[in-house]
Design a protein around this ligand. Structure first.
Ligand SMILES: NC(=O)c1ccc[n+]([C@@H]2O[C@H](COP(=O)([O-])OP(=O)(O)OC[C@H]3O[C@@H](n4cnc5c(N)ncnc54)[C@H](OP(=O)(O)O)[C@@H]3O)[C@@H](O)[C@H]2O)c1
Length: 319
């Protein structure tokens, strides 16, 4: 029996209907709210120029946090900085990085290492949804790079510094979409050369990859005061998917958007997970908004997580 068949059989045995029902129930819930302010904190957010990242940046700033946004657009970053500093009287710094580039991701991580200030909350939010396969200039499938590998590189390079700080919260804006990679991560085909590419499956794989190496980062941070968690931000209305063709955009605007919730719930949840004392000691977990939830069996597979860790070190040019 091949490794893949063995894994599929293992996952089938581990799947529980009760987890699916829990997800359906949790999808209807509102997030917990945190009434504390964030004065004096520094919050790093990737992809703060639109959607969930933008509303989350405003929410933290409104409650007193300074921001450091990692964005790819200079024009949008300047507009964001001006808007936030004028409205909330906090600092809104930014770094420019296209997170589909290995070199630019490394540069952003190095700039974070050079900060003379502790990072209180690090939110990996940037993402893309592509219906057609694209390769980055480094030859890596783009969805995997932007969602997963870039956040892996940043965490890996920052991990000693964050541990030395003694306190920090890392949050992945993950997704219930990790369930689309129902039979696990294909470590032998991360670039989709052997299989037919699909937007849902590539998205699911990238989010699943985040959940897997989160387990290893969590081991590393145990007892240090640093936590790392992932969350589903709700199915909310944003401009995601604008890179795709007119058919997808029509479907999104006329069908999908009608069932989506307001993006403010994602920002509220990301604030709670970043600040509330209730989650101070929770790490290595998956939340649906602010409700703890069990991810799929493939997301809890430590054997695959360890293999992915090694592959990510090589792919991310960290070795
Ligand atoms: N919306 C939902 O219902 C939903 C559900 C589950 C999970 N999520 C997750 O939530 C996160 C945010 O999604 P969203 O819905 O808010 O989408 P969005 O409105 O399209 O925002 C995506 C953000 O990521 C940035 N970004 C994209 N590619 C980048 C790159 N190569 N380098 C640097 N930044 C890049 C975008 O920058 P530009 O402004 O320059 O385009 C934008 O700021 C994603 O990780 C997504 O998977 C969303």
């Amino acid at each position: 029996m091949s490794f893949l068949d063995k894994k599929t059989r293992k996952y089938i045995k581990e799947y529980r209907w009760s987890n699916v029902f829990a997800m359906i129930r949790n999808n209807r819930k509102d997030p917990e709210k945190c009434g504390l302010d964030s004065k004096g904190k520094l919050v790093v957010i990737t992809g703060a120029t639109s959607g969930i990242g933008y509303v989350t940046a405003r929410n933290y700033a409104q409650r007193g946090a300074d921001l450091l946004c990692i964005n790819r657009s200079m024009e949008k970053s300047e507009a964001l900085k001006n808007e936030i500093e004028k409205e909330f009287h906090v600092r809104c710094y930014y770094l420019l990085a296209d997170l589909s580039s290995l070199e630019q991701t490394h540069r952003a991580a190095d700039q974070l290492l050079d900060l003379n200030r502790n990072i209180d909350v690090l939110i990996h939010n940037a993402g893309v949804y592509l219906t057609k396969k694209e390769l980055t200039s480094d030859g890596i499938e783009k969805v995997f790079m932007v969602h997963y590998l870039s956040s892996f590189i940043i965490n890996y390079k920052l991990k000693n510094m964050l541990k030395a700080q003694g306190k920090a919260r890392i949050i992945y804006v993950n997704s219930e979409g990790h369930r689309f990679a129902a039979w696990g991560l294909r470590l032998d085909d991360l670039n989709w050369e052997k299989r037919r590419y699909s937007g849902l499956k590539s998205y699911g794989s990238a989010k699943l990859a985040q959940l897997l190496t989160m387990l290893i980062f969590d081991d590393y941070f145990k007892g240090s005061g640093v936590t790392i968690n992932a969350m589903h931000p709700g199915a909310v209305k944003t401009d995601t998917g604008q890179e795709n063709g007119i058919l997808y955009k029509w479907f999104k605007r006329n069908i999908l958007d009608k069932s989506l919730r307001p993006v403010e719930i994602s920002a509220e949840a990301l604030y709670y997970l970043g600040v509330s004392p209730e989650v101070e000691n929770i790490s290595g977990k998956f939340f649906n908004l602010t409700t703890l939830e069990e991810p799929t069996p493939p997301a809890l597979d430590r054997e695959v997580a360890e293999q992915l860790w090694e592959i990510s070190l090589k792919m991310g040019k960290l070795k």
